[in-house]
Design a binder for this molecule. Structure first.
Ligand SMILES: *[C@@H]1O[C@H](CO)[C@@H](O)[C@H](O)[C@H]1NC(C)=O
Ligand SMILES: *[C@@H]1O[C@H](CO)[C@@H](O)[C@H](O)[C@H]1NC(C)=O
Ligand SMILES: *[C@@H]1O[C@H](CO)[C@@H](O)[C@H](O)[C@H]1NC(C)=O
Length: 462
């Protein structure tokens, strides 16, 4: 794909951008496939930080320690998101969040360069750039894998200031060197600075082969800071940018399947990128604002009872207030008060004749009970989130409740308070046992309740 700066590009940036987006399909023209008969899926295993495949796995930590940390991570997540959405839909506001590694942020292994240099990346749904630490390091955080050295990769190429790729990305320039640069400050104060480059990226595919995809914009980070502890090599941003996000570059489609996140042995959580994304099940309208993925939540039922919730409760205002973001960086689900209170009341009405309330001390107010999810909620009905166009996110007891102590469980849905801009968020615990497909160009989100290991079997035997 030619990306020479042309006058029309400079003048009619928007038109140019649309042209480039619609003409780009790196998956179809650049991919080297391991099996010419049956194209493998571009599927990346999502490694939960507390699972046995994670370098952060600590066999000594009790599941209750992990729950505690996941809650802290969820709080950090909604706080930073709510700060971000408070600004209008402007792609120039790109600061994201280095999701706290202690939260529910997944890790992926992807290699970059030729020959491929392995990276361990944190998936961040709050930012859009895919970057990794790069030599020369002015300041880098510690990592266990070797630092990526652009000089040793034959497919690496810096993006020049005066190129269309720079104009469409950050428009920032190191005048001395003539390189296009980026400077991302994350909400927690950490950040990354470096230059933009194009580079070949090697993914492992569902058939255990590899696939090399030329990526036209990655960040080569020379000055990086962050509250990470010696394993990560960079961040893979999953939010959307019309030019520089990896999601856009692989075809503006992806799907995420998450299974049981409490089970450290579970290994089928996966992210599929591009045309092979799993876009199955009911669909609903997907809106992207500021790179975040919004759904139109129209109501909630508990069993057959449709709760009385003002239909406006979950609408996003043009000012950026409110709305419902689908997010894989927060464990918990956050609902604005006028949506949360009717749900809480209904759950209490069903449970309180039998169960005793319990108090789980935390910054967030949880609805908790004495007992266990497995024994005390056997007949609890499913909770359905009704989305536009009839799609439903159906939550069973393992989505709705979690065990926080041996004899105490809480609801995974909490109230989003006023300081959080009226923002609601559907988190990872609610998304468990679902495959969620994002088709950004078609503005559609697909939801299917499924065991993620079935997706692997499909691709192996179909
Ligand atoms: C787990 O506990 C054992 C025994 O107490 C200790 O030797 C080990 O360092 C601990 N591991 C971690 C990762 O904390
Ligand atoms: C980068 O990937 C493309 C597509 O697979 C391939 O044609 C090209 O040769 C690769 N570059 C290098 C230097 O290996
Ligand atoms: C990078 O961004 C931060 C925050 O916006 C700013 O303080 C800093 O000066 C910027 N650095 C450069 C080199 O532009």
């Amino acid at each position: 794909m030619a990306l020479k700066p042309t006058l029309p590009c400079a003048v009619f940036l928007l038109v140019c951008l649309i042209n480039i987006i619609s003409s780009s399909s790196p998956l179809t023209n650049g991919a080297s496939k391991t099996n010419p008969m049956k194209p493998p899926r571009l599927a990346v295993t999502l490694i939960h930080p507390d699972s046995i495949r994670s370098p952060y796995y600590n066999r000594n930590a009790s599941s209750y320690d992990l729950v505690e940390r996941a809650i802290d991570g969820s709080i950090a997540r909604i706080r930073s998101l709510s700060k971000r959405v408070a600004v209008p839909n402007d792609y120039s506001f790109r600061a994201g969040l280095i999701a706290d590694i202690r939260g529910v942020a997944f890790l992926v292994k992807i290699s970059v360069g030729t020959p491929p240099a392995p990276q361990l990346l944190l998936i961040d749904t709050g930012s859009d750039l895919f970057w990794f630490q790069c030599v020369p390091c002015i300041s880098c955080f510690k990592q266990s894998l070797p630092l990526f050295d652009p000089a040793k990769s034959s497919s690496y190429s810096n993006i020049r200031c005066n190129s269309a790729a720079c104009t469409l990305s950050t428009r920032e320039c190191d005048r001395d060197k003539g390189y296009c640069t980026y400077n991302y400050t994350y909400v927690d104060g950490s950040g990354t600075r470096g230059n933009l480059a194009s580079e070949n990226v090697t993914f492992e595919t569902s058939d255990e082969g590899t696939m090399v995809i030329p990526i036209r914009v990655v960040g080569c980070g020379h000055e990086n800071s962050g509250s990470v502890d010696g394993q990560l090599t960079g961040i893979l941003g999953l939010s959307y940018h019309p030019y520089l996000s990896l999601i856009q570059q692989v075809g503006s489609k992806f799907s995420i399947c998450i299974g049981d996140i409490h089970d450290p042995q579970y290994q089928y959580n996966q992210l599929v990128l591009g045309d092979d994304s799993v876009l199955e099940g009911d669909s609903t309208t997907l809106d992207v604002y500021g790179g975040h993925y919004y759904v139109n939540l129209q109501g909630i039922s508990v069993g057959d009872t449709r709760l009385k919730i003002d239909p406006e409760a979950f609408k996003r205002a043009p000012s950026g207030q409110g709305g419902v973001v689908l997010d894989s960086g927060s464990g918990l689900t956050w609902l604005r008060g006028d949506g949360y209170v009717p749900l809480q009341n209904e759950v209490r009405r069903l449970l309180e004749p039998r169960l005793r309330r319990a108090k789980y001390g935390h910054d967030v107010e949880f609805l908790c009970y004495v007992g266990t999810v497995q024994t005390d909620l056997q007949r609890f009905p499913v909770v359905t989130f009704h989305l536009e166009d009839g799609a439903e996110l159906v939550l069973d007891i393992d989505n709705m409740f979690f065990q926080v102590k041996p004899n105490m469980f809480c609801m995974t849905v909490v109230q989003s308070d006023l300081k959080l801009q009226g923002l609601s968020l559907i988190g990872v615990l609610a998304q468990q046992y679902h495959n969620i497909g994002y088709d950004i160009s078609q503005k559609k989100l697909f939801i299917q309740r499924i065991d993620c290991d079935l997706l692997d079997r499909d691709s192996a035997f179909s």
